[in-house]
Ligand binder design. Structure first.
Ligand code: ZN
Ligand code: ZN
Length: 279
């Protein structure tokens, strides 16, 4: 199969011919129909991620069609249209048994610990746990966008934030995760305030239905005024000390917060390295 591969961190990737992947007993092979490019792919390429071994095939956001199935798989068939979250869970560790597959202690990740989806085919291990069937109405490109930032946003708002219709949600940072959070919040019937330093990002947030507030010293006061005393749920979708503190300070009493861990710089000197998070 053809695949995108790089031999050194930061070097130009090339198109190479690799052996076709073989499904493990518990896994499937998917012919990739659509795949995304994420900031985390950039971090892997720059060498910021210890789990990436060279040479490397990137890509962790994908959808496609199952072309082969391991003997132990019971829930997935050849020809199925599928996607998967970017965390491939084991299905048997205590976290998985508890339903928290996103923090599986034996997790693998395509495009990081495994060959990724910037290739004609990709393997999904433990397919009965990880494969998500696509309804016919969901296209491959749309599905490829779901397993990374949308899954993160959905879990933050619903599992951690317990968002309810009519509540105020404030979102700090309107990049991929932040804009996904706005879409999920609006779909839940919440009212959204979006905060960012970039007017272009705020324009996108407004187009999705958010009230916008520029990120500056007055941001917290503006959010508290807009939400009549503070948001019910605050999401730090950026991950800096400033956004983390402001997001918590924007809550009303008994509000709920979910955020990205504050980034630690791990890049080489001179890298224009922002927050570093996989996914
Ligand atoms: Zn597990
Ligand atoms: Zn991603």
């Amino acid at each position: 199969m053809r695949a995108v591969q790089y031999d050194q961190f930061g070097s130009a990737p090339s198109i190479v011919d690799l052996p076709d992947p073989v499904a493990p007993d518990h896994g499937v092979v998917v012919r990739v129909a659509a795949t995304g490019v994420c900031r985390s792919d950039w971090h892997a390429w720059k060498g910021h991620d210890d789990s990436v071994a060279l040479p490397h095939v990137p890509g962790h956001e994908f959808a496609g069609v199952v072309t082969s199935v391991g003997d132990a798989v019971t829930r997935v068939s050849v020809g199925d249209r599928v996607t998967a979250p970017f965390v491939f869970a084991c299905g048997t560790c205590p976290e998985c048994v508890d339903g928290a597959t996103q923090v599986c202690t034996r997790q693998q990740q395509p495009g990081f610990t495994l060959p990724g989806s910037h290739a004609e085919s990709v393997v999904i291990p433990h397919a009965d746990v990880n494969v998500v069937a696509l309804p016919d109405a969901v296209g491959f490109a749309e599905a490829a966008a779901l397993g990374c930032r949308f899954g993160t946003a959905y879990h933050a708002l619903h599992a951690r934030g317990r968002v309810a219709a009519g509540e105020w949600v404030v979102v700090f940072g309107c990049g991929g995760v932040g804009l996904s959070t706005i879409i999920v919040a609006v779909a839940a019937g919440a009212q959204v305030v979006a905060v960012d330093v970039s007017s272009a990002a705020l324009e996108r947030a407004a187009a999705l239905g958010a009230v916008t507030v520029p990120m500056d010293r007055a941001a917290v006061a503006a959010v508290r005024t807009q939400t009549d005393g503070g948001a019910h749920v605050s999401i730090d979708a950026f991950g800096s000390r400033a956004t983390s503190v402001a997001a918590v300070a924007s809550l009303r009493p008994r509000g709920r917060h979910a955020g990205r861990p504050v980034a630690r710089r791990r890049g080489r000197p001179g890298d224009p390295d922002g927050p570093r998070h996989r996914g």
